[in-house]
Design a protein around this ligand. Structure first.
Ligand code: HEC
Length: 135
């Protein structure tokens, strides 16, 4: 009697764990980003043809390997990542504030690297952000 109960409880726990792990693997949207106040109010400077060109150069050097030439998230390194990358042409991305984009692009999280050391000046950071906005 007791053994049966334990077996039943075990199979229930296993079943529940299976369902939970399967459903999280199928989630279409990654975990939501939360922009800290410090970044939320940031405003991008006005873009110029020069800033976009500079942004493209920096993007090619630092971002293309994962995000891909056209920003679809299909760079050569993307396949080896666990996280699915949203395309920069996606409506959800286009609708973000400057501060949201800055936080995601410069600070990052998990598999999205931090770029504070590689993109040193604010000009460089905004140039890349403006460039990905054109993709
Ligand atoms: C090593 C691979 C890698 C490199 C290099 C990389 N990224 Fe990412 N990026 C990611 C991944 C993975 C995500 C998704 C992260 C997540 O959702 O947790 C991401 C997400 C982002 C997002 C947020 C997109 C969204 O869902 O809103 C922005 C913006 C971004 N990256 C910009 C950049 C910029 C700009 C560069 C270059 C300066 C860059 N990334 C370089 C892997 C990379």
């Amino acid at each position: 009697m007791k053994v049966k109960f334990v077996a039943l409880a075990m199979s229930f726990i296993f079943g529940a764990a299976m369902i939970i792990s399967m459903s999280s693997a199928n989630l279409p949207e990654a975990k939501p980003w939360k922009t800290p106040d410090k970044y939320a109010k940031m405003k991008a400077p006005k873009s110029t043809p020069e800033s976009i060109a500079k942004g493209k150069e920096l993007y090619t050097k630092h971002c293309k390997s994962c995000h891909g030439v056209t920003g679809k998230g299909d760079g050569t390194k993307a396949a080896s990542l666990k996280t699915t990358i949203t395309a920069f042409s996606d409506k959800a991305f286009k609708g973000l504030t400057d501060g949201d984009k800055y936080f995601r692009a410069v600070i990052g999280r998990d598999e999205m690297p931090n770029f504070e050391k590689k993109l040193v000046s604010e000009d460089e950071r905004w140039a890349v952000i403006q460039y990905i906005g054109t993709l």
